[in-house]
Design a binder for this molecule. Structure first.
Ligand code: ASP
Length: 530
């Protein structure tokens, strides 16, 4: 009878058994319980399970949508569970490290006013203050600065942040930061402490001993060589500027009209077929990349160059191209050009990364860490029609560049730094302004009127009047760290209950509408324009 009942058990039933534990004859070392067996004498079904909508195994037949809808079943799969275990281990190590360095973990509120970090705010209506709204923090930036004014000296918090922006594989509308701030520090102090934390995590979690200091790369060089402020440096294939070689040296009008011409050299790819080259051209023409085309040149075995623009250039020019690119026989030179320098570099960056993938140069088990430093203080926003702070408005300009605030804002560099691992920005921070006059000036340059600045940031400027210490800090993106260590393609997989690409929680079916009575209580009216 017991056997008959056991035979009827479903895979996800919750059962209780009593019996004798014996050593197994044919042991299976691959199972945690593979060395024992239980001779069952009593069997109780505590809760029978309905047939799950997909197989709960690492190799599942469930697509993305269905697994997200039944995320609690998805989480039963060992391969998903292990990401959450890793996440737990990492937060434990973060706390251990920061505690050992004298940091206090302090919570800051979730219902606050706007904290500009370059995204839109999520807002929450206040019932008790009709017509008024809280904003959820894009980060605890201003609050942690106030904690420095309060004399806390070393603060950290593993904290949810909220940003209403378009989603990508490495972005969620709510995400977790390891947020830190320190008083009486300069850039070098912050970098040293948080490089130490990165090394601690590599050692304790991945068993990797990183002994060398992480290299530093000025932002301008990152843009020039990789077309990105978060360059992936596991492989070279750096950009070579080709304006001197190709502009005005032939009849090719596309290059002759360009403000930027740059190339990369793909080793061993001269043998690419027409089809492969067409695929690359299609790749750069995709709407997300938006390039108009791609020019290529093959370096032949005899050292001559065969290109897609042969009819416009002499072999002499093409040989100069080969030399400038330091290309050797067997290499494929890929060239892009455009009228907007930054835009074209970004397009070439995508192509470089694609080639890195095709050539298998982006090994998930190889980690290359890097600090990008000397960011510009400002960037121009076409959308807003004004200067924006590249990091955030509380970032301190480099002392030697402060005089340029009045003459050449574009040249002002900031005491800001990002840590980049394998092309992922895993964190960033800056030394802050602690002087209310300089902060005033910064808001002015960013297009805030005095009243507006006072209205939004009066609390901070006021605090700076009461003996604010010099301070600075950084925030690491926990989700990105975990997915990097777990080798995941998306941060979603290391979050228990993530949102999909439209910002929806399909399991909870959120966001949703409010009842009329709720709207009324909040004095809100919904008015959706077609
Ligand atoms: N608040 C910044 C951010 O969220 C980090 C920092 O400057 O500490 O990116």
């Amino acid at each position: 009878a017991l056997c008959a009942r056991a035979n009827k058990l479903g895979r996800e039933d919750v059962i209780q058994i009593k019996g004798e534990v014996n050593e197994r004859e044919s042991k299976n070392k691959n199972l945690p319980t593979g060395e024992i067996e239980i001779i069952v004498s009593e069997l109780t079904v505590l809760n029978a399970s309905a047939t799950p909508p997909f197989t709960i195994e690492d190799n599942t037949d469930g697509g993305d949508d269905i697994r997200m809808k039944y995320r609690y079943l998805d989480l039963r799969r060992a391969c998903v569970r292990k990401n959450l275990e890793l996440r737990h281990q990492m937060t434990m190590e973060v706390r251990r490290y920061l505690d050992s360095k004298g940091f206090l973990e302090i919570e800051t509120p979730m219902l606050i006013g706007s904290t500009p970090e370059g995204a839109r705010d999520f807002v929450v209506p206040s019932r008790m203050n009709p017509g008024q709204f809280y904003a959820l923090p894009q980060s605890p930036q201003t609050l942690k600065q106030l904690l420095m004014v309060a004399g806390m000296d070393r603060y950290f918090q593993i904290v949810k942040c909220f940003r209403d922006e378009d989603l990508r594989a490495d972005r969620q509308p709510e995400f977790t930061q390891i947020d830190c701030e320190m008083s009486f520090v300069e850039q070098e102090d912050v970098i040293a402490l948080f490089e130490g934390m990165a090394k601690h995590l590599f050692r304790t979690i991945r068993g990797i001993e990183l002994t060398e200091p992480f290299p530093r790369m000025p932002w301008s060089e990152a843009m020039r060589l990789y077309g990105s402020d978060k360059p992936g440096t596991r492989f070279g294939m750096e950009f070579v500027e080709l304006m001197d070689v190709l502009k005005g040296t032939g009849e090719f009008s596309v290059f002759n009209d360009a403000s930027y011409i740059g190339g990369i050299c793909a080793p061993g790819c001269a043998s690419y077929t027409r089809k492969q080259l067409d695929q690359l051209t299609d790749f750069v023409k995709r709407s997300q990349i938006g390039a108009k085309g791609l020019v290529y040149a093959r370096v032949q075995e005899d050292g001559s160059v065969k290109s897609s623009v042969d009819k416009f250039y002499t072999q002499e020019v093409l040989l100069r191209l080969k030399e400038t690119m330091k290309a050797v026989p067997g290499d494929l030179i890929l060239i892009m050009s455009g009228e907007d320098v930054m835009k074209t570099r970004k397009q070439l960056c995508e192509l470089r990364l694609e080639m890195g993938t095709r050539l298998g140069l982006r090994d998930k088990n190889k980690f290359v860490c890097l600090w990008v430093v000397d960011f510009p203080m400002f960037e121009w926003s076409d959308e807003e029609g004004r200067l924006m702070a590249m990091h955030h408005p509380f970032t301190h300009p480099k002392d030697e560049d402060i005089p340029l605030l009045d003459s050449d804002t574009g040249a002002v560099r900031a005491n800001a730094y990002d840590m980049v691992i394998n092309g992922v920005e895993v964190g960033g921070g800056s030394i802050r302004i602690h002087d209310s006059k300089l902060q005033d000036k910064m808001f002015q340059l960013l297009g805030f009127t005095e009243e507006k600045a006072q209205e939004r940031f009066g609390f901070l400027m006021n605090a700076f009047k009461y003996g604010a210490p010099p301070h600075g800090g950084l925030a690491y993106g926990l989700d990105r760290w975990v997915s990097l260590f777990a080798g995941l393609d998306s941060i979603r997989d290391c979050i228990a209950f993530p949102k999909n690409n439209s910002g929806r929680d399909v399991m909870l079916d959120a966001p949703g509408q409010l009842d009329d009575s709720q709207l009324e209580e909040l004095c809100l009216k919904v008015d959706i324009k077609e």
